[in-house]
Ligand binder design. Structure first.
Ligand SMILES: Nc1nc2c(c(=O)[nH]1)N[C@H]1C(S)=C(S)[C@@H](COP(=O)(O)OP(=O)(O)OC[C@H]3O[C@@H](n4cnc5c(=O)[nH]c(N)nc54)[C@H](O)[C@@H]3O)O[C@H]1N2
Ligand SMILES: Nc1nc2c(c(=O)[nH]1)N[C@H]1C(S)=C(S)[C@@H](COP(=O)(O)OP(=O)(O)OC[C@H]3O[C@@H](n4cnc5c(=O)[nH]c(N)nc54)[C@H](O)[C@@H]3O)O[C@H]1N2
Ligand SMILES: [Mo]
Length: 798
């Protein structure tokens, strides 16, 4: 409660500070201790306190007990799967799931009256934390050209406006349809169907900033762009390598799976520049015994890799495995698997003539002992899982690094068998389902053929814009209308100044949202906000509560049924929004019966079944306890690349040159324990010992000394990619256990430093964990250097 009051006080104090000149202020940073284990009692306390803060204790608590239960609703937070059989009586949720729910269940409202009182200009001056705390959107709102206040609009007129704008375009490719990853399978399917019938594949989505890299590596190698393991596999594994991922914060329920695997004998290896609490230990908040003894140690081995040192580390493991195999032929590699299931083994082995361990150790930042221990841990084992997150996917050579992981698993035959395989841990709760439903800027011909055959209209074949290409196309005014199905485009994307300037050129920006965010404030010439239901809300169509379905990280499709009374009677569900937009825009042109989809999710599911393999008997199986697994040939029968007759190729990759100038540092942008992407729950990062401030930069003490700084100093961060000066003003130096020359900051605040051209090779994702920065003493006048239209994100002057 005390914490809660403190938070309120801060919230109010910032709001009282309307310093229009210099918008950058710091809060009262407090450093506590860095946690050695995640979860435990403080996690439970934190979860409940958020429900109070959102003025939703009773409805929130009732909902918590339904979350991730059979017959309940899918947690809106991460995409970690639920156990197939029994679910914990205390609820299959975690602290961060509870916070996500509190955000959604909040009874605070953003009403037409609110918009009358607050202009977009005033609201944009607030930070993302303050904006998010305003509450749930209650009514459709319209911002006319030149206006600074959104005004109410009827749903019918909103759809008319969208139709007018879309139909006025010279080509359908002048529109882009963005998707964040919470949208259900049903809404996703009709959404992409509409975009294709309208005539474009411009469907940038959050995958383009998240796991596109994983898909780009996995598909050509193992024939499917998804993971190959189930939850059971975690319980049966002998070794689990967690690389570039922070499960304690971002997939907390993964911790119970790791603890169970560990209890069954698995060794856990963590590869991360930061010793994250959730990698080091776990205190199961649902086990009294665990709490009393302070939890279980998780990582048996922690390798403090340098940012982007992972490629050198993986090559070092391979070099050692090759050496071990030479000494003990047949003991380390799975020769039968290599012969029958792979291609390119000889060339792969040959490259290692050029590598030596000393060099690889230096490049990776990990000691030779550490590398030896890791190689020994996997040398004689076959049930090996590699799981990864943004630490790998948001690196310029992320695709190659994931291929290198696959190389190791192929050497060991550790894929498509119990206890073994790849686990890209997805972000948004239905981001994987969105892709299965063909929300993709580059759908395959096979997918398009099926749609075309079923519906009988000519589908566009030209690939569309992904996120980075969409930003550039908007900047060049090649895209004039953007429709966002969820998400917060301006805050989630890189190069905030560039992107903001692009978005302002749009003729129309439409956002389908649950809550107010910066995406509504950095708008086009005209803008619309369309309020919709969240996952936990009752979704009633024709008098009946509907179920929707989602797919988790492990390819399980299951139902989700909301149970909270919506905050307003004027919300429309996402599927109906799409159907009404389609009818308004396409009218007689359409061959699709949109009214049928509008009236029944079952009808949508019946047609998904016709167009997407693996959904046979969709309406029946989705209602079965625990849902159903989608087919996965790599997992089910070790059938990999179709082009190679079912085999998987070894891939040759290179180690990047990561040299930095003496005054340069490498910056990775990450999440705190108190945010969901751009939704900021609070201002702490408990596990890393940070309280009350987000504008911090983690540095190694030696770097701090060498640069003549002290911990606690105020600094400005700069990036100079493409010969442009980008600045993020006013950060506090925090001395941290992090490799030298490496720094970590939080996004979205530092997205302003990520060049739109700093992308991952092949997947074209922003490389937001590989940003070269310079750190300078804070200049009180620095805000004047910031584009006058832009501070704390982006602000448009009235
Ligand atoms: N509570 C909560 N849950 C979430 C989210 C959230 O914001 N909040 N977001 C959701 C989404 S969309 C996603 S994609 C996932 C993201 O989940 P994660 O992938 O865990 O996300 P990040 O916090 O970006 O950071 C990943 C880790 O990468 C490490 N890292 C940085 N650079 C490197 C490197 O060069 N090498 C290695 N080995 N590690 C590196 C960082 O130290 C950090 O521990 O979580 C999902 N779940
Ligand atoms: N620098 C840097 N940038 C990053 C990342 C990083 O690690 N570093 N991570 C990237 C990653 S992994 C991702 S996935 C993206 C996330 O990018 P986005 O998915 O665009 O961002 P979110 O913050 O998840 O979107 C939050 C908004 O979604 C809306 N919303 C929530 N629930 C619903 C719903 O059920 N329906 C609808 N219609 N709207 C809803 C709310 O209005 C809320 O404000 O950010 C990326 N950006
Ligand atoms: Mo993500």
């Amino acid at each position: 409660m005390e914490d809660h009051n403190k938070k309120k006080e801060i919230e109010e104090s910032i709001r009282k500070e309307p310093d229009a000149e210099n918008p950058y202020t710091l809060l009262d940073l407090k450093l506590t201790h860095v946690e050695k284990a995640a979860a435990g009692i403080p996690a439970v306390m934190a979860a409940f306190s958020d429900l109070f803060e959102e003025k939703a204790p009773v409805r929130g608590m009732r909902a918590l007990f339904k979350m991730n239960q059979m017959g309940g609703f899918d947690c809106p937070s991460c995409a970690w799967p639920d156990p197939d059989d029994e679910r914990s009586v205390l609820g299959e949720y975690c602290e961060n799931g509870a916070k996500a729910l509190a955000e959604e269940a909040t009874t605070k409202k953003v009403t037409p009256e609110f918009f009358k009182q607050n202009s977009v200009y005033d609201l944009a001056k607030l930070d993302d934390y303050q904006i998010g705390k305003m509450g749930r959107l209650t009514d459709p709102m319209y911002l006319p050209q030149g206006a600074i206040h959104y005004q109410p609009i009827t749903w019918e007129n909103a759809f008319k406006k969208i139709a007018e704008h879309l139909n006025a375009l010279e080509s359908p490719d002048e529109a882009a349809f963005y998707t964040s990853g919470r949208t259900s399978n049903e809404a996703s399917f009709v959404y992409q169907l509409f975009a294709k019938e309208f005539g474009t594949n411009n469907m940038p989505d959050c995958s383009n900033m998240c796991h596109e890299t994983s898909g780009s590596a996995l598909r050509p190698t193992i024939g499917i762009g998804k993971g190959t393991v189930t939850l059971e596999d975690f319980y049966e594994a002998e070794v689990i390598v967690i690389i570039g991922q922070n499960p304690g914060t971002n997939a907390p329920r993964m911790m119970s799976a790791l603890a169970k695997g560990k209890k069954n004998g698995a060794k856990i290896i963590a590869v991360n520049p930061l010793p994250e609490a959730g990698l080091m230990g776990f205190i199961n908040p649902q086990s009294v015994k665990d709490i009393l003894k302070g939890g279980v140690q998780l990582a048996d081995l922690y390798l403090p890799v340098k940012i982007n040192g992972d490629m050198a580390l993986l090559k070092a493991l391979e070099l050692l495995l090759i050496e071990f195999e030479k000494k003990n032929p047949g003991m380390v590699f799975d020769k039968d698997f290599i012969n029958e299931k792979t291609v390119g083994y000889d060339d792969f082995i040959k490259q290692f003539d050029h590598y030596n361990l000393d060099e690889l150790a230096v490049l990776s930042g990990v000691s030779k002992e550490g590398l030896y221990q890791a190689a020994e841990a996997i040398a004689t084992k076959k049930r090996i899982i590699f799981s990864w997150g943004m630490g790998l996917t948001q690196q310029p050579n992320g695709v190659d690094m994931i291929r290198e992981i696959l190389n190791i698993l192929l050497l060991k035959g550790s894929i498509g068998k119990p206890g073994a395989g790849v686990c890209p841990v997805r972000g948004h709760s239905n981001v994987q389902g969105n892709r299965t439903m063909m929300i993709d800027e580059k759908p395959t011909d096979e997918q398009l053929d099926r749609l075309e055959n079923f519906y009988g209209f000519k589908v566009p074949r030209k690939h569309g814009y992904d996120v980075v290409r969409a930003i550039k196309a908007i900047h060049e005014e090649k895209v004039k209308v953007m429709f966002c199905m969820g998400g917060n485009f301006i805050s989630a994307t890189p190069d905030t100044t560039f992107t903001a300037n692009a978005l302002r050129k749009l003729n129309l920006l439409v956002s389908v949202s649950t809550k107010l965010n910066r995406g509504h404030l950095v708008h086009g010439k005209e803008a619309l906000i369309l309020p919709t239901y969240g996952r936990s809300d009752k979704d009633i169509v024709n008098g009946e509560i509907q179920i929707v379905s989602t797919e988790n990280s492990m390819g399980v499709v299951q139902d989700s049924k909301g149970m909270l009374d919506p905050v307003s009677d004027n919300l429309v569900n996402e599927t109906q929004i799409v159907c009404r937009m389609a009818m308004a825009t396409l009218g007689e042109r359409s061959v699709v019966n949109w009214q049928r989809y509008h009236d029944s999710y079952d009808a949508v599911r019946d047609d998904i079944e016709q167009c997407i393999p693996g959904f046979e008997d969709y309406n029946v199986r989705v209602r079965q306890k625990g849902g159903f697994y989608l087919p996965n040939a790599a997992r089910d029968k070790q059938y990999f690349s179709k082009e190679l007759g079912g085999r998987a190729p070894f891939t040759l990759t290179e180690i990047p040159d990561n040299n930095l100038a003496p005054d340069e540092y490498m910056m990775a942008t990450t999440r705190t324990h108190d945010q969901f992407n751009t939704t900021i729950y609070g201002l702490d990062d408990r596990y890393r010992g940070i309280k009350n401030e987000r504008r911090v930069v983690f540095m190694n003490q030696n770097d701090i000394d060498k640069a003549g700084f002290k911990a606690g100093d105020k600094v400005d961060l700069y990036n100079y990619d493409d010969g442009i000066e980008r600045v993020a003003p006013l950060f506090i130096i925090v001395s941290y256990q992090i490799p030298e020359k490496n720094t970590v900051t939080y996004f979205p605040e530092t997205n302003v430093l990520v060049s739109v051209n700093n992308v991952v090779k092949e997947s074209n994702m922003p490389a937001s964990k590989y940003v070269k920065i310079k750190i300078k003493k804070h200049d009180p006048e620095v805000y004047k250097k910031v584009d006058e239209m832009l501070y704390k994100g982006a602000v448009q002057k009235p």
